[in-house]
Design a protein around this ligand. Sequence first.
Ligand code: GDP
Ligand code: MG
Length: 237
Amino acid sequence: MTPENPLSGLSLFVPIYNEAAILSENTDRLYKYLSRLQIPFEILLGSNGSTDATPEIGPKLAAAHRNVKFFHLSQRGPGLAFAEALRGCRYDAFICQDADLSIHLEFIPKAFDLLENHDAVIGAKQTTQRRARMRIGVSDFFILCTNLLLGLSYRDYSIGAKAYRTEAIRPFIGKVDRHTFYTQQMIWQLQRIGGRIIEIPVECDDWRKSRFNLIHEGFYRFYKLFELWLRMQARHE
Ligand SMILES: Nc1nc2c(ncn2[C@@H]2O[C@H](COP(=O)(O)OP(=O)(O)O)[C@@H](O)[C@H]2O)c(=O)[nH]1
Ligand SMILES: [Mg+2]
């Protein structure tokens, strides 16, 4: 890490949905890891729609550490939590990580360094994912369609392992998709205004069942992609 990095610190956003089983342990792991980096930091645990003990555990974690914050919104949708965290974050680097910490934590200091000269860092998973072939196929097809329709050229638009310069994406806060389409939105918006975006490989071990309903997820993302593409066409006319 470059000690002269001028960014004030990092706000680590973790979207949370029914993560009571791992929330304390993983927050602790994350906290210890970030403390060792010697960068000012805060951990923003953003839950919404959780129906397990997450809303009871979160405030206890926040009470135990000055720089851990927890909020709970009633309506489900990670984009709503992303927008809320972005609104309230205090540092220049806004880094997103999944609650299961399936993405190796080295992404965090690497992204922090890269944000010195970039507006977004995309972590592209080099997966050790035990995922149904069908899911991988749909996901690859979605990435291909995103790149073709939006004129992008990246390999991973999932919500985890993405980092942004806070000031670069704050102007788009009112447009954040309430569900899972916000990564594409942020990257597309940044590219349109000439933002500096870099993609790096990240190691990932994701063995657990997804929190998302994958059929709903698939339809939703294609619908949002098509909707955005139509808006682009209308703008060009
Ligand atoms: N705030 C919030 N987080 C969510 C929601 N749904 C899933 N998540 C979180 O999003 C992250 C990714 O979920 P995961 O099941 O690992 O997704 P996958 O591996 O991409 O299929 C985890 O931290 C989840 O707890 C939601 O509705 N709201
Ligand atoms: Mg996962």
